[in-house]
Design a protein around this ligand. Structure first.
Ligand code: GDP
Length: 364
């Protein structure tokens, strides 16, 4: 699961990406991490791990991580081959969701490709490129399906009808994400990969000295208004500040945030929102030697969740002993939670919740 960072040139993508890699997990700890300059892996902030560590005194606390890809080269005309051209499109195809960085800071020294700050215009420029790319895909698809219709199978008629509906929306400048579909239609779209159907969140990059006045920032307000119509979330950050914060140790970081009058860094907020955007949740394991968060897709059942730890856990799954994080903390210890009947025994069909503190029982 990974997110692509997109945006026009000079909006602060690289600055934000630098913050991500500096805050990043040591690559060597993650066997799946290929060393590529445009990929950053960051720990997902989770206050629950610290609380559990206080309870269990483990040797090690391991947060879960997500992956960001810096996708450069998205400029006006990119879908027609401008700039890096179609190359960026193939990079966007590979990500599961998009973080769209929008410039909301004024700085005369840093050129804006269109000469002025304009969040709505900037988003529309990028969206238009994605829409053009999707139009090409859907038109090819319509042609192909029309050929298959010659076989006489009526299902192709329904497909063509759906694709035509999508095409019309795209031509009207609408993202596929903002359209609504029936479950049958969604099924038909299962193998149609469209860029504008990917979930998106907007990162408003504001000037370092305007973090305390974001409510009255006209650029941020313009962006928020747009995002609301798009059904997307906005996270306000200052990429410059985040780059500085990312270099601090934990205690210095807390002090710095305190001075800025904010409880949580923008990057932490962004990472958490990105995690949610991907439809991910964490279950937790706690004990000696490790307290750890594990990533699963919302809706995952217990055996598959166990499989995240080891395939043997899934194969030999017997049951999961689960206590909700909140219950465990309220009781003060696992033993106390058990005494109150709050440690549940769950079987193969159990759907995991975010924050389930879990012990799997399995046959080897
Ligand atoms: P990219 O082209 O989108 O990757 O943009 P960069 O991250 O390279 O940023 C372009 C320029 O804007 C750089 O000189 C950054 O230092 C600067 N910049 C980025 N974020 C901010 C910000 O929040 N405030 C100010 N004043 N400058 C910023």
């Amino acid at each position: 699961m990974k997110l692509g960072i997109v945006g026009l040139p000079n909006v602060g993508k690289s600055t934000l990406f630098n913050a991500i890699t500096k805050a990043g997990a040591e690559c060597a700890n993650y066997p799946f991490c290929t060393i590529e300059p445009n990929v950053g892996i960051v720990p997902v902030p989770d206050e629950r791990l610290q609380k559990l560590a206080e309870m269990y005194n483990p040797d090690k606390v391991t947060p879960t991580t997500i992956e960001f890809v810096d996708i450069a080269g998205l400029v006006r005309g990119a879908s027609k081959g401008e700039g890096l051209g179609n190359k960026f499109l193939s990079h966007i195809r590979e990500v599961d969701a998009i973080v769209h960085v929008v410039r909301c800071f004024e700085d005369g020294n840093i050129v804006h490709v269109d000469g002025s700050i304009g969040p709505k215009r900037d988003i529309e420029t990028i969206n238009l490129e994605l829409i053009f790319a999707d139009l090409e895909v859907i038109e090819r698809r319509i042609d192909r399906t029309k050929k298959m219709l010659k076989s006489g199978d009526k299902k192709y008629l329904l497909e063509i009808e759906l694709y035509e509906k999508i095409k019309t929306s795209l031509e009207n400048g609408m993202s596929v994400r903002s359209m609504s579909f029936t479950p049958e239609e969604l099924q038909m779209m299962d193998d149609v990969f469209l860029l504008t159907s990917k979930p998106v969140l907007y990162a408003a990059n504001v000037a370092e000295d305007s973090l305390s006045t974001i409510d009255t920032n006209p650029f941020v307000n313009e962006l928020k208004e747009f995002a609301q119509k798009d059904g997307a979330e906005v996270i306000v950050i200052s990429a410059k500040v985040e780059e500085e914060i990312a270099q601090l140790e934990d205690d210095e970081k807390a002090e710095f945030l305190n001075e800025l009058g904010i409880a949580e860094s923008g990057l932490d907020k962004l990472i958490k929102a990105s995690y949610k955007l991907l439809g991910l949740i964490s279950y937790l394991t706690a004990g000696q030697p490790e307290v750890r968060a594990w990533t699963i897709i919302k809706g995952t059942k217990a055996p598959q969740a166990a499989g995240k730890i080891h395939s043997d856990f899934e194969r030999g799954f017997i049951r999961a002993e689960i206590v909700a994080y909140k219950d465990l903390i309220e009781c003060g210890s696992y033993a106390a939670a058990r005494e109150k009947g709050l440690v549940r025994s769950e079987g193969k069909e159990y759907i995991m919740n975010d924050g389930d503190v879990t012990l799997f029982r399995f046959n080897v």
